[in-house]
Ligand binder design. Structure first.
Ligand SMILES: Nc1ncnc2c1ncn2[C@@H]1O[C@H](COP(=O)(O)OP(=O)(O)OP(=O)(O)O)[C@@H](O)[C@H]1O
Length: 613
């Protein structure tokens, strides 16, 4: 089946399913040598450590391995069955002693090689994983918008792991086997050209047969990676969405879906593994034919006096050593194919540039006063679907601006642009007259505090989570910030107060408590510009009243943007911007907009009707 057909099959079957994971597709590319070269650049920092491994482990190991059959030949032809003179026990003992020393050297060099290639290999894997992780940390929201978290996870874990074998012993074994093969070929041809050529007749035949297999093996392993990636994506989603799944009693359906994915993964793995194993019999067959030729033609040459018995035994010995590396090279090739499939996926991420880039000469944004201008902003997440259509908002330092409008009208998008999570397609965002694209992202974001709709609580203590706002905040400052937003009380009621451990996403905390924590976090950061996105949506009326006061302190002297559905919370804003389908339809104070009796008035009325219904 062609790759195109396979791709089509995968995407149509995915579309029929309830969950769709389509980010990974089979990639049809020829074996990519430059990619292999790129992979090996990770070995560069370890050149110095590699040199002794190559010299001692590889060359010494290979030389001794090649020398042993030569000693056997000498022992037979000179000590056991010499053409002239009698057999000699002392000579035999000498050769036996020599062989013992060679075996000892071989054992030592192997031990040294295995130990050091493992150490270097693990370091390379560590470097690659760190590089990948730090790279994806810098990628923009746009990158994450398109990919399920599980799929990103697989690349940093499974795909990097898949390179482990290659780097721990693969590379060195590959080189050793190549050197050994070349050595054997030269020795055999030099000893007896005709016999050497005859026993190697089967090699081209073997390559011909196995090359047909290679492409299929590469695709098969790529397919396995894709299946695993989908399993991880689904697993991640299932864990994140377990509450919704259980609330809608969809567990059985989820289990069935997972089972199908799991089964399909096994099938792919079995297929790839079977293809892999088909290398073995090909090698065995060619090896058997080669040995047959050796003894048949070899005995003929002995009869013709062109070969000694010792040389025939030596040939047999070398031939055994000849197929062994070829067999390993075959396995190594499969290993290489697995590694190529994974590295393709790793490099795809490493080549991804942040959609929001930084100019090479980006300056630090100086301490800001807080003037913000959104200047004729046009923005679209996906080409052709504008989320903002020419929005201009002029905010003076210290003002509070409320953004209201129907769901999907573009409120959060405006805030995303202020933080440079995305860049506008047209127009610019200025802070104190400076285009935010001209300054470093870190200096920009460090001066903006955000309380997002989805408050993320990291694994760690409450104190650590608060300190996320400002890493060098003292314990007293943390408590002060928590008190200011009325979080102190509930924190002190937790089993270990500020030292209570919370888990990822803060499951032990209520939504309201999580929001209070993120208020305190923002307060600690003490930014000149503050964004509260739906900040009060999950807080009960009593708590809301409490924090209204705290918010006033929090907002004082800062430029603030409040995105809120609860219109009661934004009454006191200096200006209210009403958005509709990505455009500003009204702007003014609460009183002015009420008097206008337009969209804002309609929103207030609707909310009032809803509350009193
Ligand atoms: N990551 C995204 N990728 C593609 N489209 C998006 C993305 N985020 C938002 N949109 C689209 O952009 C438009 C504006 O979304 P935005 O989140 O700014 O609305 P909002 O006014 O904040 O809505 P809400 O009040 O529901 O939070 C919507 O049509 C939405 O579907």
């Amino acid at each position: 089946m062609t790759t195109g057909q396979e791709q089509k099959k995968i995407s149509t079957s995915a579309r029929r399913d309830r969950f769709v994971y389509q980010d990974d597709e089979l990639i049809e590319k020829p074996f990519n040598w430059s990619q292999l070269g790129r992979l090996f650049t990770y070995l560069k920092p370890y050149r110095k450590q590699l040199l002794p491994v190559i010299l001692v482990g590889m060359i010494l190991g290979t030389l001794t391995r090649l020398a042993i059959p030569a000693i056997v030949i000498m022992a037979i032809d000179e000590a056991i069955n010499p053409k002239t003179g009698d057999s000699s026990v002392s000579k035999l003992l000498l050769y036996a002693g020599l062989m013992f020393v060679l075996y000892l050297v071989q054992w030592g060099s192997n031990k040294y090689r295995i130990k050091h290639t493992n150490i270097i290999g693990q370091r390379v894997i560590h470097d690659l994983r760190s590089h990948l992780f730090s790279h994806i940390q810098t990628l923009s929201f746009k990158f994450y918008d398109k990919r399920p978290a599980g799929s990103v996870l697989v690349r940093v874990t499974n795909d990097v792991n898949a390179l482990q074998d290659l780097f721990t012993n693969g590379v060195v074994n590959l080189l050793m086997d190549c050197v050994q093969l070349v050595g054997i070929v030269i020795i055999l041809l030099a000893w007896n050209f005709k016999l050497g050529l005859a026993v190697m007749l089967t090699v081209p035949l073997m390559f011909l047969v196995s090359s047909a297999l290679r492409k299929r093996i590469r695709f098969a392993w790529q397919d396995v990676r894709i299946k695993q990636s989908r399993i991880n994506s689904h697993l991640n989603e299932s864990i994140q969405g377990i509450k919704v799944t259980q609330a809608y009693a969809q567990e059985k359906d989820n289990i069935r879906f997972f089972e199908r994915m799991n089964m399909s993964n096994i099938k792919s793995w079995n297929k790839a593994s079977a293809l892999n194993q088909s290398f073995g019999p090909i090698i065995e067959l060619t090896s058997a034919v080669g040995t047959l030729i050796l003894f048949w033609y070899g005995s003929y040459l002995i009869q013709q006096d062109e070969l000694t018995v010792g040389l025939l035994v030596g040939f047999a010995n070398y031939i055994g050593n000849f197929w062994e590396p070829i067999n390993r090279l075959g396995q190594m090739y499969s290993q290489l194919l697995i590694a190529m499939a994974s590295s393709e996926r790793i490099f795809e991420y490493l080549d991804e540039r942040p959609a929001v880039g930084e100019l090479p000469a980006a300056n630090e944004l100086p301490d800001v006063k807080g003037d913000v201008l959104f200047d004729r902003i046009v923005f679209e997440y996906e080409a052709g679907r504008p989320a903002l259509k020419g929005v201009t908002i002029d905010v003076k330092a210290g003002q509070s601006i409320a953004l209201v409008g129907h769901t999907g009208s573009g409120k959060s998008t405006i805030m995303n642009l202020l933080c440079r999570f995305y860049d506008p397609v047209e127009g610019r965002v200025l802070i104190d007259g400076t285009d935010i694209r001209d300054v470093s992202i870190e200096s920009l974001r460090s001066q903006i505090g955000i309380v997002l709709q989805d408050t993320f609580i990291f694994s760690g203590t409450i104190r650590d989570n608060l300190r996320f706002g400002r890493l060098n905040a003292t314990n007293d400052e943390i408590v002060e910030a928590a008190k200011a937003v009325h979080a102190h009380e509930f924190i002190m009621n937790l089993p270990d107060g500020y030292d209570t451990e919370v888990q990822e996403r803060g499951n032990v905390l209520s939504m309201g408590q999580r929001q209070l924590l993120s208020f305190a976090r923002a307060l600690l950061a003490n930014p000149r510009i503050l964004i509260l996105d739906e900040a009060t949506a999950s807080i009960d009326t009593e708590t809301e009243l409490k924090i209204q006061k705290a918010l006033q302190t929090l907002l004082q002297g800062r430029t603030s943007f409040i995105v809120a559905h609860r219109l009661s919370t934004i009454r006191h804003a200096d200006s209210i911007v009403v958005l509709d389908h990505g455009s500003i339809v009204e702007q003014g104070s609460h009183q002015e907009l009420i008097a206008l009796r337009g969209t804002y008035h309609g929103l207030i009325e609707a909310q009032y009707r809803f509350l009193s219904a």
